[in-house]
Design a protein around this ligand. Structure first.
Ligand SMILES: *Cc1c(COP(=O)(O)O)cnc(C)c1O
Length: 356
């Protein structure tokens, strides 16, 4: 029986990708060797890195002004790395505070120099995206988080600003088209829509670099990695390889536009049930609801939680517990999730209603 994996991250990837990746662990590229035992500088692996970069460029229509990198350290390392590269001694970074990840990003900039929060939804446990705030066009950069994995909110329209625009897209990259030319830096930990943990995707505008005036530790300097094609040191080979396979799968399935359609269909199915079913309530502001992570509560946990959890277990639904800071349930519906998995969850919600 199929297990429906709603985990927020690491999370579901396409079954075809798992199959091919598992074969590559024994015999990669007909070399009689595993993908994780060959040199990262071998012809076979260099081809993997090149294809992964080319697929990112193709899928997101990355303009020639931007470089695509696969780094390590997760999105969390980017919080500090971007500050070293973009925040000057006398300048300031501006932040939109939409959740725990935004706050962690802000902390790293504030520790290095001057950082400001332009707006925050912390007062409402981050259940909405602030709007109508002002960004200083002269700031060194403006930082936002496109999808707030923990709270289930998502920026639908990015702000206009003359300041360099930086975005943590860890949990919704490749889930919808994005105009990369508007951003100076986009970064994403691989483990939410792309591949296994270990690689971090970075898309950076070349012109925007070299302006912070700081000493940048070698490993934290984007230019180090640009000049070496993401091979300054040993890259996370397996994570890059599986990311490449996922990108091939995405392309074969119609690319980001088709993914967006499927994601909207899945999200609509679940949100319609959350809104219709009197036993449940959604936690995120309706206009800001994420297509990737849907957060909801039972109106009466004491009366219904035990029965609902039993139904979920019976249907082989996994990973729907809400983050500890929100409670309730969180259904993550990344690209690789099929509509039938969301339908299985919705069936449980209907069954619960019929029972009580
Ligand atoms: C998961 C997540 C992170 C943290 O990613 P790591 O790769 O574990 O550092 C950062 N930002 C967002 C939006 C996330 O969802």
């Amino acid at each position: 029986m199929k297990t429906h994996n709603f985990s927020a991250g690491p999370c579901i990837l396409p079954q075809e990708v798992f199959k091919e990746a598992s074969e590559s662990l024994i015999n990669f590229d007909n070399l009689g060797l595993s993908v994780i035992e060959i040199s990262h500088r071998s012809k076979s692996f260099v081809a993997v890195m090149d294809e992964a970069v080319a697929l990112v460029k193709d899928q997101l229509q990355v303009p020639d002004t931007h470089e695509v990198l696969f780094l390590q350290g997760g999105a969390s390392m980017q919080f500090a790395m971007l500050a070293f590269n973009f925040l000057s001694e006398n300048g300031k970074g501006q932040y939109l505070d939409t959740g725990a990840w935004s706050a962690k990003a802000y902390k790293e900039a504030a520790g290095l120099g001057s950082a400001e929060v332009v707006a925050s939804s912390k007062d409402a446990n981050y259940n909405y995206i602030p709007k109508g705030y002002a960004i200083d066009d002269n700031a060194d950069y403006f930082h936002c988080t496109s999808n707030n994995t923990i709270y289930g909110t998502q920026i639908k329209e990015f702000p206009q600003t003359e300041a360099p625009l930086i975005c943590d897209m860890s949990s919704d990259i490749f889930s919808r088209p994005v105009d990369v030319s508007k951003f100076d830096l986009i970064y994403a930990g691989a483990q939410k829509n792309l591949g296994p943990a270990g690689a971090t995707l970075v898309i950076v505008k070349k012109d925007a670099l070299g302006k912070s005036g700081r000493y940048i530790p070698t490993m934290l300097d984007y230019n180090t990695h640009i000049s070496k094609g993401s091979m300054f040191n040993t890259p996370p080979v397996f994570s890059v390889y599986v990311s490449m396979l996922t990108l091939r799968w995405l392309k074969a399935n119609g690319g980001v536009e088709a993914a967006q359609q499927r994601n909207e269909e899945k999200a609509a199915l679940l949100y319609n049930e959350i809104d219709r079913n009197p036993l449940f309530v959604g936690t995120a502001a309706v206009e800001d609801r994420s297509t990737m992570n849907a957060c909801f509560l039972l109106n009466d946990e004491a009366a219904h939680k035990e029965a609902f959890d039993a139904m979920i277990a019976e249907k082989n639904i996994s990973g729907v517990n809400g983050h500890r800071s929100v409670g309730g349930y969180r259904a993550s519906m990344y690209n690789a999730m099929d509509l039938d998995s969301v339908a299985a969850l919705v069936d449980c919600m209907k069954e619960l209603e019929n029972k009580f």
